[in-house]
Design a protein around this ligand. Structure first.
Ligand SMILES: *[C@@H]1O[C@H](CO)[C@@H](O)[C@H](O)[C@H]1NC(C)=O
Ligand SMILES: *[C@@H]1O[C@H](CO)[C@@H](O)[C@H](O)[C@H]1NC(C)=O
Ligand SMILES: *[C@@H]1O[C@H](CO)[C@@H](O)[C@H](O)[C@H]1NC(C)=O
Ligand SMILES: *[C@@H]1O[C@H](CO)[C@@H](O)[C@H](O)[C@H]1NC(C)=O
Length: 477
Protein backbone atom coordinates (compact mmCIF):
# COMPACT_ATOMS: atom_id res chain seq x y z
CA UNK A 1 0.00 0.00 0.00
CA UNK A 2 2.74 2.41 1.04
CA UNK A 3 4.70 1.53 -2.09
CA UNK A 4 1.66 2.11 -4.25
CA UNK A 5 1.17 5.51 -2.66
CA UNK A 6 4.79 6.46 -3.27
CA UNK A 7 4.38 5.33 -6.87
CA UNK A 8 1.32 7.51 -7.31
CA UNK A 9 3.01 10.49 -5.69
CA UNK A 10 6.14 10.18 -7.78
CA UNK A 11 3.96 9.68 -10.83
CA UNK A 12 2.13 12.87 -9.97
CA UNK A 13 5.35 14.83 -9.66
CA UNK A 14 6.54 13.36 -12.96
CA UNK A 15 3.31 14.19 -14.76
CA UNK A 16 3.44 17.65 -13.22
CA UNK A 17 6.84 18.31 -14.73
CA UNK A 18 5.61 17.14 -18.10
CA UNK A 19 2.53 19.33 -17.95
CA UNK A 20 4.44 22.43 -17.14
CA UNK A 21 6.41 22.30 -20.39
CA UNK A 22 4.44 25.35 -21.55
CA UNK A 23 6.61 27.32 -19.18
CA UNK A 24 9.79 26.20 -20.94
CA UNK A 25 9.73 29.34 -23.05
CA UNK A 26 10.73 31.54 -20.14
CA UNK A 27 12.30 29.00 -17.82
CA UNK A 28 15.82 29.77 -16.79
CA UNK A 29 18.23 28.46 -14.23
CA UNK A 30 17.86 30.94 -11.35
CA UNK A 31 20.15 30.89 -8.31
CA UNK A 32 18.73 31.48 -4.86
CA UNK A 33 19.97 31.09 -1.29
CA UNK A 34 18.30 28.81 1.22
CA UNK A 35 18.83 26.80 4.37
CA UNK A 36 18.21 23.72 2.18
CA UNK A 37 17.88 23.08 -1.55
CA UNK A 38 15.09 20.72 -2.71
CA UNK A 39 15.07 17.61 -4.85
CA UNK A 40 11.59 18.02 -6.38
CA UNK A 41 10.21 21.01 -8.25
CA UNK A 42 6.66 21.73 -9.33
CA UNK A 43 4.74 24.74 -10.62
CA UNK A 44 1.49 26.15 -9.33
CA UNK A 45 0.05 25.66 -12.83
CA UNK A 46 0.58 21.89 -12.42
CA UNK A 47 -2.20 21.98 -9.85
CA UNK A 48 -4.70 24.04 -11.80
CA UNK A 49 -3.35 27.45 -10.86
CA UNK A 50 -4.33 30.42 -13.04
CA UNK A 51 -2.28 33.60 -12.92
CA UNK A 52 -4.92 35.92 -14.35
CA UNK A 53 -5.45 37.98 -11.18
CA UNK A 54 -9.12 36.97 -11.07
CA UNK A 55 -9.34 33.19 -10.60
CA UNK A 56 -8.91 31.96 -7.05
CA UNK A 57 -5.84 29.78 -6.51
CA UNK A 58 -6.67 28.73 -2.95
CA UNK A 59 -7.46 25.18 -4.08
CA UNK A 60 -4.40 25.03 -6.35
CA UNK A 61 -2.09 26.03 -3.49
CA UNK A 62 -3.73 23.43 -1.24
CA UNK A 63 -3.44 20.68 -3.84
CA UNK A 64 0.19 21.61 -4.51
CA UNK A 65 1.21 21.64 -0.85
CA UNK A 66 -0.72 18.42 -0.08
CA UNK A 67 0.98 16.65 -2.96
CA UNK A 68 4.49 18.04 -2.40
CA UNK A 69 4.43 17.43 1.33
CA UNK A 70 4.47 13.71 0.46
CA UNK A 71 8.05 13.97 -0.75
CA UNK A 72 9.18 15.75 2.44
CA UNK A 73 11.30 12.78 3.45
CA UNK A 74 12.65 12.32 -0.08
CA UNK A 75 14.63 15.53 -0.45
CA UNK A 76 11.68 17.89 -0.10
CA UNK A 77 9.99 20.00 -2.75
CA UNK A 78 9.91 23.50 -4.12
CA UNK A 79 6.77 25.07 -5.52
CA UNK A 80 7.32 27.79 -8.11
CA UNK A 81 4.78 30.57 -8.35
CA UNK A 82 5.47 31.53 -11.97
CA UNK A 83 5.07 34.96 -13.60
CA UNK A 84 1.49 36.17 -13.33
CA UNK A 85 -0.99 37.42 -10.74
CA UNK A 86 -2.14 34.68 -8.43
CA UNK A 87 -5.20 35.53 -6.36
CA UNK A 88 -5.62 33.39 -3.25
CA UNK A 89 -7.04 33.10 0.24
CA UNK A 90 -5.30 31.41 3.17
CA UNK A 91 -3.00 28.53 2.32
CA UNK A 92 -0.59 26.44 4.38
CA UNK A 93 3.04 25.52 3.93
CA UNK A 94 4.66 22.16 4.76
CA UNK A 95 7.88 20.78 6.23
CA UNK A 96 10.97 20.46 4.01
CA UNK A 97 9.17 22.72 1.59
CA UNK A 98 10.04 25.90 -0.30
CA UNK A 99 7.61 28.38 -1.78
CA UNK A 100 9.44 30.28 -4.53
CA UNK A 101 7.85 33.47 -5.85
CA UNK A 102 9.27 34.29 -9.29
CA UNK A 103 10.44 37.86 -9.74
CA UNK A 104 7.55 38.54 -12.12
CA UNK A 105 4.97 36.81 -9.92
CA UNK A 106 2.54 38.56 -7.60
CA UNK A 107 0.57 36.61 -5.03
CA UNK A 108 -2.57 38.67 -4.52
CA UNK A 109 -4.44 38.24 -1.25
CA UNK A 110 -8.17 37.82 -1.63
CA UNK A 111 -10.23 40.66 -0.21
CA UNK A 112 -13.07 38.32 0.84
CA UNK A 113 -13.34 37.58 4.56
CA UNK A 114 -14.64 34.10 3.74
CA UNK A 115 -11.25 33.24 2.19
CA UNK A 116 -9.67 33.45 5.67
CA UNK A 117 -10.95 30.71 8.02
CA UNK A 118 -11.53 31.77 11.61
CA UNK A 119 -9.04 30.41 14.13
CA UNK A 120 -8.53 30.70 17.88
CA UNK A 121 -6.53 33.58 19.30
CA UNK A 122 -2.91 32.78 20.09
CA UNK A 123 -2.60 31.16 23.53
CA UNK A 124 -0.10 33.83 24.63
CA UNK A 125 -2.55 36.60 23.67
CA UNK A 126 -5.83 35.11 24.87
CA UNK A 127 -7.74 37.45 22.60
CA UNK A 128 -7.63 38.87 19.12
CA UNK A 129 -5.93 42.26 18.92
CA UNK A 130 -8.60 43.96 16.82
CA UNK A 131 -11.63 42.33 18.46
CA UNK A 132 -12.15 39.77 21.22
CA UNK A 133 -12.45 36.09 20.30
CA UNK A 134 -11.45 34.41 17.06
CA UNK A 135 -9.21 35.84 14.38
CA UNK A 136 -8.88 35.42 10.65
CA UNK A 137 -6.15 33.04 9.46
CA UNK A 138 -3.19 34.77 7.90
CA UNK A 139 -2.65 34.61 4.14
CA UNK A 140 0.33 32.24 4.26
CA UNK A 141 0.46 30.02 7.33
CA UNK A 142 2.61 27.23 8.70
CA UNK A 143 2.14 25.31 11.94
CA UNK A 144 4.41 22.70 13.54
CA UNK A 145 6.83 22.64 10.62
CA UNK A 146 10.49 21.85 10.28
CA UNK A 147 12.63 23.38 7.51
CA UNK A 148 10.25 25.69 5.67
CA UNK A 149 11.30 28.42 3.22
CA UNK A 150 9.39 31.27 1.61
CA UNK A 151 11.65 32.98 -0.90
CA UNK A 152 11.89 34.15 -4.47
CA UNK A 153 13.54 36.51 -6.87
CA UNK A 154 12.05 39.50 -5.08
CA UNK A 155 8.60 38.43 -6.24
CA UNK A 156 5.69 40.16 -4.55
CA UNK A 157 3.11 39.13 -2.01
CA UNK A 158 0.44 41.82 -1.96
CA UNK A 159 -2.01 41.78 0.95
CA UNK A 160 -4.42 44.19 -0.81
CA UNK A 161 -5.21 45.52 2.67
CA UNK A 162 -7.30 48.59 1.75
CA UNK A 163 -10.64 47.03 2.59
CA UNK A 164 -9.34 45.69 5.93
CA UNK A 165 -7.81 49.05 6.94
CA UNK A 166 -11.06 50.80 6.06
CA UNK A 167 -13.23 48.35 7.99
CA UNK A 168 -10.86 48.42 10.95
CA UNK A 169 -10.97 52.21 11.09
CA UNK A 170 -14.77 52.14 10.79
CA UNK A 171 -14.85 49.57 13.66
CA UNK A 172 -16.70 47.17 11.38
CA UNK A 173 -14.48 44.12 11.92
CA UNK A 174 -15.86 41.33 14.10
CA UNK A 175 -12.52 39.51 14.21
CA UNK A 176 -8.81 40.31 14.14
CA UNK A 177 -7.34 41.00 10.70
CA UNK A 178 -5.15 38.43 8.92
CA UNK A 179 -1.38 38.86 8.85
CA UNK A 180 0.49 38.33 5.60
CA UNK A 181 2.77 35.47 6.73
CA UNK A 182 2.39 33.72 10.08
CA UNK A 183 4.50 30.70 11.03
CA UNK A 184 3.73 29.02 14.35
CA UNK A 185 5.57 26.37 16.42
CA UNK A 186 8.14 25.76 13.71
CA UNK A 187 11.88 25.34 13.49
CA UNK A 188 14.32 26.20 10.69
CA UNK A 189 12.25 28.90 9.07
CA UNK A 190 13.46 31.17 6.26
CA UNK A 191 11.61 34.13 4.78
CA UNK A 192 13.76 36.02 2.29
CA UNK A 193 14.18 37.77 -1.06
CA UNK A 194 10.62 38.98 -1.35
CA UNK A 195 8.67 42.19 -1.66
CA UNK A 196 5.79 42.18 0.81
CA UNK A 197 3.23 44.89 0.60
CA UNK A 198 -0.11 46.18 1.88
CA UNK A 199 -0.77 43.53 4.52
CA UNK A 200 -4.18 43.86 6.21
CA UNK A 201 -2.14 44.03 9.45
CA UNK A 202 1.38 42.81 10.39
CA UNK A 203 3.50 41.53 7.50
CA UNK A 204 5.75 38.83 8.96
CA UNK A 205 4.83 37.09 12.22
CA UNK A 206 6.99 34.14 13.29
CA UNK A 207 5.56 32.93 16.61
CA UNK A 208 6.77 30.18 18.99
CA UNK A 209 9.52 29.40 16.45
CA UNK A 210 13.20 28.60 16.72
CA UNK A 211 15.98 29.19 14.18
CA UNK A 212 14.33 31.83 12.06
CA UNK A 213 16.15 33.59 9.21
CA UNK A 214 14.61 36.72 7.72
CA UNK A 215 16.68 38.35 5.00
CA UNK A 216 16.47 40.75 2.09
CA UNK A 217 12.84 41.61 2.51
CA UNK A 218 11.39 44.81 1.15
CA UNK A 219 8.18 45.61 3.01
CA UNK A 220 6.07 48.52 1.84
CA UNK A 221 2.81 49.83 3.25
CA UNK A 222 1.27 53.31 3.14
CA UNK A 223 2.52 55.27 6.17
CA UNK A 224 -1.02 56.33 7.03
CA UNK A 225 -2.59 52.91 7.63
CA UNK A 226 -3.05 51.05 10.94
CA UNK A 227 -0.92 48.19 12.34
CA UNK A 228 1.01 47.33 9.20
CA UNK A 229 4.12 46.39 11.23
CA UNK A 230 7.00 44.99 9.19
CA UNK A 231 8.56 42.08 11.07
CA UNK A 232 7.27 40.89 14.45
CA UNK A 233 9.28 38.08 16.05
CA UNK A 234 6.97 36.82 18.79
CA UNK A 235 8.08 34.30 21.46
CA UNK A 236 10.82 33.05 19.12
CA UNK A 237 14.34 31.95 20.00
CA UNK A 238 17.35 32.30 17.72
CA UNK A 239 16.19 34.70 15.03
CA UNK A 240 18.20 36.80 12.62
CA UNK A 241 16.96 39.70 10.54
CA UNK A 242 19.32 40.95 7.84
CA UNK A 243 19.47 43.50 5.04
CA UNK A 244 15.83 44.41 5.00
CA UNK A 245 13.93 47.61 4.32
CA UNK A 246 10.56 48.55 5.75
CA UNK A 247 8.26 51.51 5.09
CA UNK A 248 5.19 51.30 7.27
CA UNK A 249 2.36 52.99 9.12
CA UNK A 250 3.43 51.11 12.25
CA UNK A 251 6.63 49.71 13.82
CA UNK A 252 9.20 48.47 11.28
CA UNK A 253 10.27 45.71 13.69
CA UNK A 254 8.21 44.96 16.80
CA UNK A 255 9.65 42.34 19.13
CA UNK A 256 6.92 40.64 21.15
CA UNK A 257 6.13 37.75 23.53
CA UNK A 258 2.48 37.66 24.53
CA UNK A 259 -0.08 39.80 26.26
CA UNK A 260 -0.67 40.26 30.00
CA UNK A 261 -1.99 37.24 31.99
CA UNK A 262 -1.99 35.03 28.86
CA UNK A 263 1.60 35.82 27.96
CA UNK A 264 2.73 35.48 31.59
CA UNK A 265 1.13 32.03 31.79
CA UNK A 266 2.41 30.88 28.40
CA UNK A 267 5.91 32.11 29.40
CA UNK A 268 7.62 31.86 26.02
CA UNK A 269 10.22 34.62 25.65
CA UNK A 270 11.81 36.09 22.56
CA UNK A 271 15.50 35.37 23.05
CA UNK A 272 18.65 35.69 20.97
CA UNK A 273 17.45 38.01 18.23
CA UNK A 274 20.12 39.48 15.95
CA UNK A 275 19.35 42.39 13.63
CA UNK A 276 21.93 43.67 11.13
CA UNK A 277 21.54 45.92 8.14
CA UNK A 278 18.06 47.31 8.52
CA UNK A 279 16.46 50.45 7.09
CA UNK A 280 13.16 51.92 8.23
CA UNK A 281 10.76 54.74 7.44
CA UNK A 282 7.91 54.94 9.93
CA UNK A 283 6.65 58.50 10.55
CA UNK A 284 4.19 57.47 13.26
CA UNK A 285 5.98 54.56 14.90
CA UNK A 286 9.27 52.98 15.89
CA UNK A 287 12.21 51.65 13.96
CA UNK A 288 12.60 48.88 16.55
CA UNK A 289 9.94 48.47 19.21
CA UNK A 290 10.22 46.09 22.15
CA UNK A 291 6.64 45.37 23.24
CA UNK A 292 4.12 46.40 23.96
CA UNK A 293 3.18 42.71 24.27
CA UNK A 294 6.25 41.39 26.12
CA UNK A 295 4.69 39.35 28.93
CA UNK A 296 6.71 36.19 28.13
CA UNK A 297 9.91 38.25 28.30
CA UNK A 298 12.37 39.66 25.77
CA UNK A 299 16.04 38.99 26.31
CA UNK A 300 19.30 39.21 24.39
CA UNK A 301 18.46 41.38 21.42
CA UNK A 302 21.41 42.69 19.37
CA UNK A 303 20.87 45.27 16.67
CA UNK A 304 23.49 47.06 14.58
CA UNK A 305 23.80 48.78 11.25
CA UNK A 306 20.39 50.39 11.41
CA UNK A 307 19.33 53.39 9.28
CA UNK A 308 16.19 55.37 9.89
CA UNK A 309 14.56 58.19 8.03
CA UNK A 310 11.51 60.21 8.95
CA UNK A 311 10.48 57.97 11.82
CA UNK A 312 8.76 58.71 15.06
CA UNK A 313 11.21 56.90 17.33
CA UNK A 314 14.45 54.99 17.00
CA UNK A 315 14.29 52.35 19.70
CA UNK A 316 11.19 52.21 21.79
CA UNK A 317 10.28 50.13 24.83
CA UNK A 318 6.54 49.89 25.39
CA UNK A 319 5.16 48.25 28.50
CA UNK A 320 2.91 48.83 31.47
CA UNK A 321 1.49 47.50 34.71
CA UNK A 322 -0.27 44.21 33.97
CA UNK A 323 2.28 43.05 31.44
CA UNK A 324 4.67 41.29 33.82
CA UNK A 325 7.59 39.72 31.97
CA UNK A 326 10.84 41.50 31.25
CA UNK A 327 12.92 43.32 28.66
CA UNK A 328 16.59 42.83 29.44
CA UNK A 329 20.03 42.45 27.91
CA UNK A 330 19.26 44.70 24.94
CA UNK A 331 22.21 45.92 22.85
CA UNK A 332 21.99 48.41 20.00
CA UNK A 333 24.86 50.14 18.19
CA UNK A 334 25.68 51.86 14.90
CA UNK A 335 22.41 53.61 14.18
CA UNK A 336 22.08 56.59 11.81
CA UNK A 337 18.89 58.58 11.92
CA UNK A 338 17.52 61.57 10.04
CA UNK A 339 14.32 63.38 10.96
CA UNK A 340 13.15 61.75 14.15
CA UNK A 341 10.65 62.83 16.74
CA UNK A 342 12.44 60.72 19.39
CA UNK A 343 15.71 58.83 19.32
CA UNK A 344 15.07 56.88 22.54
CA UNK A 345 11.58 56.40 23.89
CA UNK A 346 10.42 54.29 26.82
CA UNK A 347 6.86 54.16 28.05
CA UNK A 348 5.92 52.40 31.28
CA UNK A 349 2.30 53.45 30.97
CA UNK A 350 1.33 51.74 27.73
CA UNK A 351 -2.32 50.74 28.05
CA UNK A 352 -4.17 48.18 25.92
CA UNK A 353 -5.12 44.97 27.72
CA UNK A 354 -6.69 41.77 26.35
CA UNK A 355 -9.53 41.91 28.88
CA UNK A 356 -10.21 43.18 32.40
CA UNK A 357 -8.67 39.99 33.85
CA UNK A 358 -5.12 41.36 33.85
CA UNK A 359 -3.27 41.77 37.13
CA UNK A 360 -2.25 45.42 37.63
CA UNK A 361 0.36 44.21 40.15
CA UNK A 362 2.17 42.22 37.41
CA UNK A 363 5.01 44.68 36.83
CA UNK A 364 7.58 44.22 34.06
CA UNK A 365 11.31 44.15 34.75
CA UNK A 366 13.21 46.46 32.40
CA UNK A 367 16.97 46.34 32.87
CA UNK A 368 20.37 46.25 31.18
CA UNK A 369 19.49 48.32 28.11
CA UNK A 370 22.56 49.42 26.11
CA UNK A 371 22.59 51.99 23.32
CA UNK A 372 25.81 53.27 21.73
CA UNK A 373 27.46 54.80 18.64
CA UNK A 374 24.57 56.66 17.11
CA UNK A 375 24.07 59.87 15.20
CA UNK A 376 20.82 61.66 14.60
CA UNK A 377 20.03 64.67 12.45
CA UNK A 378 16.95 66.85 12.70
CA UNK A 379 15.87 65.28 15.99
CA UNK A 380 13.09 66.79 18.11
CA UNK A 381 13.53 64.84 21.37
CA UNK A 382 16.62 62.76 22.16
CA UNK A 383 15.32 60.76 25.10
CA UNK A 384 11.90 60.49 26.67
CA UNK A 385 12.29 57.74 29.23
CA UNK A 386 9.41 56.99 31.60
CA UNK A 387 9.56 53.93 33.82
CA UNK A 388 6.90 52.83 36.25
CA UNK A 389 6.52 54.38 39.71
CA UNK A 390 7.88 51.87 42.21
CA UNK A 391 9.27 49.78 39.32
CA UNK A 392 12.06 51.85 37.82
CA UNK A 393 13.77 50.81 34.59
CA UNK A 394 17.38 50.18 35.59
CA UNK A 395 20.88 49.81 34.19
CA UNK A 396 20.22 51.91 31.14
CA UNK A 397 23.47 52.84 29.41
CA UNK A 398 23.78 55.35 26.56
CA UNK A 399 27.19 56.24 25.12
CA UNK A 400 28.67 58.03 22.11
CA UNK A 401 25.41 59.43 20.82
CA UNK A 402 25.18 62.75 19.01
CA UNK A 403 21.89 64.28 18.01
CA UNK A 404 21.48 67.50 16.06
CA UNK A 405 18.26 69.07 17.13
CA UNK A 406 15.68 70.27 14.65
CA UNK A 407 16.28 73.93 13.79
CA UNK A 408 14.30 76.44 15.89
CA UNK A 409 11.34 77.89 14.09
CA UNK A 410 11.53 81.65 13.68
CA UNK A 411 9.78 83.62 16.42
CA UNK A 412 6.31 84.68 15.33
CA UNK A 413 6.83 82.84 12.07
CA UNK A 414 4.63 80.17 10.61
CA UNK A 415 4.62 76.82 12.37
CA UNK A 416 5.37 78.40 15.76
CA UNK A 417 5.34 75.82 18.55
CA UNK A 418 2.99 76.59 21.36
CA UNK A 419 1.53 75.14 24.56
CA UNK A 420 2.06 71.44 24.94
CA UNK A 421 4.35 71.07 22.02
CA UNK A 422 6.71 73.69 23.34
CA UNK A 423 6.88 71.95 26.73
CA UNK A 424 7.68 68.60 25.10
CA UNK A 425 10.55 70.11 23.17
CA UNK A 426 13.14 69.55 25.93
CA UNK A 427 15.72 67.18 24.41
CA UNK A 428 15.61 64.86 27.44
CA UNK A 429 13.00 63.98 30.01
CA UNK A 430 13.38 61.05 32.38
CA UNK A 431 11.34 59.69 35.24
CA UNK A 432 11.58 56.40 37.16
CA UNK A 433 14.67 55.32 35.25
CA UNK A 434 18.33 54.94 36.19
CA UNK A 435 21.66 54.28 34.56
CA UNK A 436 24.68 55.97 33.06
CA UNK A 437 25.57 58.09 30.05
CA UNK A 438 28.84 59.01 28.43
CA UNK A 439 29.64 61.30 25.49
CA UNK A 440 26.04 62.09 24.77
CA UNK A 441 25.12 65.35 23.01
CA UNK A 442 22.92 67.05 24.02
CA UNK A 443 23.77 65.98 27.54
CA UNK A 444 21.50 63.25 28.91
CA UNK A 445 19.11 63.70 31.83
CA UNK A 446 20.65 63.51 35.33
CA UNK A 447 18.98 60.12 35.97
CA UNK A 448 21.58 58.71 33.54
CA UNK A 449 24.63 59.63 35.60
CA UNK A 450 27.30 61.10 33.38
CA UNK A 451 30.63 59.22 33.29
CA UNK A 452 33.78 60.22 31.48
CA UNK A 453 34.82 56.98 29.78
CA UNK A 454 32.07 54.44 29.39
CA UNK A 455 31.37 52.35 26.31
CA UNK A 456 28.04 50.66 26.78
CA UNK A 457 28.17 46.91 26.37
CA UNK A 458 27.71 45.04 23.11
CA UNK A 459 28.38 41.27 23.20
CA UNK A 460 31.66 40.23 21.59
CA UNK A 461 30.46 36.70 20.81
CA UNK A 462 28.17 35.82 17.92
CA UNK A 463 25.00 33.80 18.13
CA UNK A 464 24.67 30.40 16.49
CA UNK A 465 21.97 31.83 14.20
CA UNK A 466 24.50 34.47 13.00
CA UNK A 467 26.75 31.67 11.79
CA UNK A 468 24.23 29.79 9.66
CA UNK A 469 25.33 29.91 6.02
CA UNK A 470 22.70 29.66 3.35
CA UNK A 471 23.27 27.15 0.59
CA UNK A 472 23.44 28.17 -3.04
CA UNK A 473 20.52 26.50 -4.79
CA UNK A 474 19.10 26.72 -8.32
CA UNK A 475 15.57 26.62 -9.60
CA UNK A 476 14.32 26.14 -13.12
CA UNK A 477 11.73 28.90 -13.25
C1 LIG B 1 1.04 21.56 16.84
O1 LIG B 1 1.67 20.92 17.93
C2 LIG B 1 1.07 21.12 19.18
C3 LIG B 1 1.87 20.43 20.24
O2 LIG B 1 3.22 20.58 20.02
C4 LIG B 1 -0.36 20.59 19.17
O3 LIG B 1 -0.99 20.92 20.38
C5 LIG B 1 -1.13 21.21 18.02
O4 LIG B 1 -2.40 20.60 17.89
C6 LIG B 1 -0.40 21.05 16.70
N1 LIG B 1 -1.11 21.82 15.68
C7 LIG B 1 -1.31 21.38 14.44
C8 LIG B 1 -2.08 22.29 13.54
O5 LIG B 1 -0.87 20.32 14.04
C1 LIG C 1 16.05 42.23 -4.69
O1 LIG C 1 15.95 43.63 -4.54
C2 LIG C 1 17.05 44.22 -3.86
C3 LIG C 1 16.75 45.67 -3.65
O2 LIG C 1 16.19 46.25 -4.80
C4 LIG C 1 18.32 43.96 -4.65
O3 LIG C 1 19.42 44.49 -3.96
C5 LIG C 1 18.51 42.46 -4.83
O4 LIG C 1 19.63 42.19 -5.62
C6 LIG C 1 17.28 41.84 -5.46
N1 LIG C 1 17.43 40.39 -5.46
C7 LIG C 1 17.09 39.62 -6.49
C8 LIG C 1 17.29 38.15 -6.28
O5 LIG C 1 16.64 40.07 -7.53
C1 LIG D 1 13.24 68.22 9.93
O1 LIG D 1 12.16 67.63 10.64
C2 LIG D 1 10.92 68.30 10.45
C3 LIG D 1 9.90 67.57 11.33
O2 LIG D 1 10.29 67.67 12.67
C4 LIG D 1 10.55 68.22 8.99
O3 LIG D 1 9.32 68.91 8.79
C5 LIG D 1 11.62 68.83 8.15
O4 LIG D 1 11.34 68.65 6.78
C6 LIG D 1 12.96 68.19 8.45
N1 LIG D 1 14.03 68.91 7.76
C7 LIG D 1 14.93 68.30 7.00
C8 LIG D 1 15.98 69.19 6.41
O5 LIG D 1 14.92 67.10 6.81
C1 LIG E 1 31.07 56.80 18.01
O1 LIG E 1 30.01 56.50 17.10
C2 LIG E 1 30.34 56.67 15.73
C3 LIG E 1 29.11 56.35 14.93
O2 LIG E 1 28.07 57.15 15.29
C4 LIG E 1 31.49 55.77 15.35
O3 LIG E 1 31.85 55.99 14.01
C5 LIG E 1 32.66 55.99 16.28
O4 LIG E 1 33.67 55.04 16.00
C6 LIG E 1 32.24 55.85 17.72
N1 LIG E 1 33.34 56.19 18.60
C7 LIG E 1 33.84 55.33 19.48
C8 LIG E 1 34.95 55.84 20.33
O5 LIG E 1 33.42 54.19 19.60
Amino acid sequence: MEKLLTFIVLGLVFVSTAESRDYKSYKEQIPYSAINCRKHVAYLTDFGGKGDGVTSNTAAFKAAVDSLSKVASDGGALLVVPPGKWLTGTFSLASHFTLYVHKKAVILASQKESDYPLIDPLPSYGSGRDAPGKRFSSLIVGTNLTDVVVTGGNGTIDGQGEIWWKNFKAKKLKHTRPYLIEILHSTQVQISDLTLTNSPSWHVHPTYCTHVIIERLTILAPVTVPNTDGINPDSCTDTRIRDSYVVSGDDCIAVKSGWDQYGIRYAKPTERLSIRGFTCISPDSAVIALGSEMSGGIRDVRAEGVRALNSQSGIRIKTGAGRGGYVKDIYVRDVEMDTMKYVFWMNGDYGSHPDPGFDPKALPEITNINYRDMVGKNVTIVGSLSGIKGDAFTNICISNVTAELVAEKKKGGKGLLFGDEKAKKLPWSCVDVGGVSSKVTPKACPELVEKEEVNCAFPSDTLAIDEVELKKCFVQA
